[in-house]
Design a protein around this ligand. Sequence first.
Ligand code: DQA
Length: 154
Amino acid sequence: MPTANPIDFLFKFEVMKIQIINGPNLNLLGVREKSIYGNTDFESYLTELRNRFASLEIEYYQSNIEGEIINKIHEVGFNFDGIVLNAGAYTHTSVAIADAIAAVKTPVVEVHISNVYKREEFRHHSMLAASCKGVIAGFGMDSYRLAIESLTTA
Ligand code: DQA
């Protein structure tokens, strides 16, 4: 019977991988509609998140283009442990992103910085939520932290 090799154990121990995906106009955080989205740009907040979750690998991707968001979901959706997705306005319109979320194995948490239910009626409906593990909205940037907590705690 083979004996357990501690080196094998070390190499087999894998860090949890979380992909954050931000959709359209979220490259303008800190500049755009500050009374709704706050003063912080996402890169500064990302540094805080990575410090807080130092034991995780947190990747970040932003695109204003629907197909690129879908490509990223396909790319990470079979090998990452979780996806935190703020699809911006595509949340309310995109059947294609909903299909991409349903097509992959990695659980997706939908996040919103603002409380979309306090805003215009067209923001009250999400095309994506039914394909997601859950939805977190209205906690400002902290919505991303809460989403990571929900993906990494059993
Ligand atoms: C948002 C809410 C969406 O309705 C809006 O289109 C966004 C940002 C949020 O994070 O609050 O771009 O997803």
